[in-house]
Design a protein around this ligand. Structure first.
Ligand code: KIV
Ligand code: ZN
Length: 521
């Protein structure tokens, strides 16, 4: 096998390995349901990601089922599962990826002295034996095996080379060199990749891969430096989701190579106009907002505020833009329709925005759209996206907000009356609070008692103007797990109640504890 694959115009192909559903899901509060993973798997496959890491099958039944489900729906992408270097993990992983057209086992072990001593309690020779035995077993079960040296960048160079050589000899086709703690500098990382490719026997027969964490904000720079040194696979995630400060952001990697083809003569299969859509889907699914100034997909990535910049833009967009908004799927803000728009036009608009709803889903969305038109003068594409995303996210929730009434203002006490539907039963409660939002959350706690702690409450306007819809993010934690919820509404207090309830539903799903109206723990 040659490690280099060429595109039609003779550029080197870079394989994009997405780990949003594995490393990304390890971000506290980013848990995804099976349906979320199926939706995301489809989108990643559609936009041209080469390898989708859908989970860690041995870690839970939920992860196993998710890898299995994503494996069975992907048309083009290889579907990978992660596994530690032991027989049980590897067999479980093989079982999950067996359903894929192209399945991969991604097995890893820590190689650095600090991990060997404190995490594995193994001597170097034992780690080396595990490399050989794990890759050999994985190769006996599937053809496509990737091996990773966890904490590679803090590993003694000679020992790392021995491990890489052992993994290649045992049959790994991809060798991943993670900067697990995000400690490297780009020149150090590229020197490491180059040294391994040049000096490890058999290195020319495999693909080297980068997997860089963002603790110093260098994940994308390090990944690109790795590619310049000869790596041909990049592990990354949508919106840079991942452990701690996250991983290299997929959208930034793809556009850095596309915009600067002169410096980076490489190509990916990713369809860049779909980047914003998938970024928004990940944000909706995880409840993690996209920072306004986030490169490529942030709301402000193509906004120009200063007069000098605006003047330049009007004369020629290239004065201040190195790529066009449409290249990454950031359309201009469109005024869409109002009160008089019919269902047919609304359906067409949804299709344009990339949504295909069931007949019932369309009816519900249309009713909510009409309601929004009554409350808001101008309805923009962003409003419709927020409305439909909100509907998709909450349709099957066990707890739903049926009605809410809030008394607020200078004269206090602030009071909320809530009608919660819990597993089909309506529960009506009233509570006071230190402000309207506190009163609402107290009323929800009274209607569905639980001990979850509020970790985050955040409000953002979807568009401009005082009648704009608000998107509210809430993160709750209990039993060492956390979950996020998001909701949008023209009434900020309604959005707050629904976001809190969404987080509660998700927390129940990840902790496995049901409320039944009384005992969420
Ligand atoms: O950061 C890391 O080292 C990892 C490996 C398991 C690939 O996520
Ligand atoms: Zn990682």
């Amino acid at each position: 096998m040659s490690s280099v694959s060429k595109t039609q115009d003779n550029k080197d192909r870079i394989f994009i390995f997405d780990t949003t559903m594995r490393d990304g899901e390890q971000s506290p509060g980013a848990a995804m349901s099976l349906d979320n993973k199926i939706e995301l798997g489809r989108l990643l496959d559609q936009i041209g990601v080469d390898i989708i890491e859908a989970g860690f099958p041995a870690s839970s039944v939920g992860d196993f089922e998710a890898v299995k489900a994503v494996a069975s729906i992907c048309e083009n992408a290889t579907v990978a599962g992660l596994s530690r270097a032991n027989e049980k993990d590897i067999r479980r992983c093989a079982e999950a990826v067996r359903h894929a057209k192209r399945g991969r086992i991604h097995t890893f072990i820590s190689t650095s002295p600090i991990h060997r001593k404190h995490k594995l309690q193994m001597e170097a020779h034992q780690v080396l034996e595990h490399v050989t035995s794990s890759v050999t077993l994985a190769r006996s079960l599937v053809d496509d095996v990737e091996w990773s040296a966890e904490d590679a960048t803090r590993t003694e160079r000679d020992f790392l080379k021995q491990c890489v050589e052992a993994a290649i000899k045992a049959g790994a086709g991809t060798i991943n060199i993670p900067d697990t703690v995000g400690y490297s500098y780009p020149d150090e990382y590229s020197e490491l990749i180059k040294d391994l490719i040049t000096n490890v026997p058999g290195a020319d027969k495999v693909i080297f891969s980068t997997h860089c964490h963002n603790d110093l904000g260098l994940a994308v720079a390090n990944s690109l430096a790795g590619v310049r040194a000869g790596a041909r696979q990049i592990e990354c995630s949508i919106n840079g989701m991942g452990e701690r400060a996250g991983n290299a952001a997929l959208e930034e990697i793809v556009m850095a190579m596309r915009v600067r083809g002169d410096a980076m003569p490489f190509e990916t299969r990713v369809d860049s106009p779909q980047l914003t859509r998938i970024s928004q889907a990940v944000s909706r699914i995880t409840g993690f907002p996209i920072q306004y100034n986030k490169a490529i997909v942030g709301k402000n990535a193509f906004s120009h505020e200063s007069g000098i910049h605006q003047d330049g833009m009007l004369k020629n967009a290239q004065t201040y833009e190195i790529m066009r908004p449409e290249d990454v799927g950031q359309g201009h803000t469109n005024l869409v329709m109002g009160k008089l728009s019919g269902k047919h036009a609304f359906k067409k608009k949804l299709e344009e925005l990339g949504y295909t709803l069931s007949d019932n889903g369309l009816i519900d969305a249309f009713v909510r759209f009409k309601d929004l038109c009554d409350r808001k003068k101008q309805v923009f594409d962003e409003d419709i996206i927020a409305l439909v995303d909100d509907q998709i996210a909450h349709a099957d929730d066990a707890i739903q907000v049926a009605r809410l009434r809030v008394v607020a203002g200078t004269d206090g006490p602030q009071t909320a009356e809530i009608d919660l539907k819990v597993d089909g039963e309506n529960i009506w409660k009233t509570a006071r609070g230190n402000g309207p939002v506190d009163a609402i959350f107290n009323a929800i706690r009274a209607a569905a008692p639980h001990e979850a702690v509020l970790e985050l409450y955040q409000v953002q306007a979807v568009t401009e103007g005082t009648d704009a819809q608000a998107t509210v993010n809430v993160r709750l934690s209990a039993n060492g797990r956390s979950a996020s919820g998001r909701a949008a509404d023209a009434d900020t207090l309604v959005a707050s109640a629904r976001a809190y309830v969404a987080a509660l539903n998700r927390l129940q799903a990840v902790t496995g504890v049901r409320s039944g109206g009384v005992n969420v723990a």
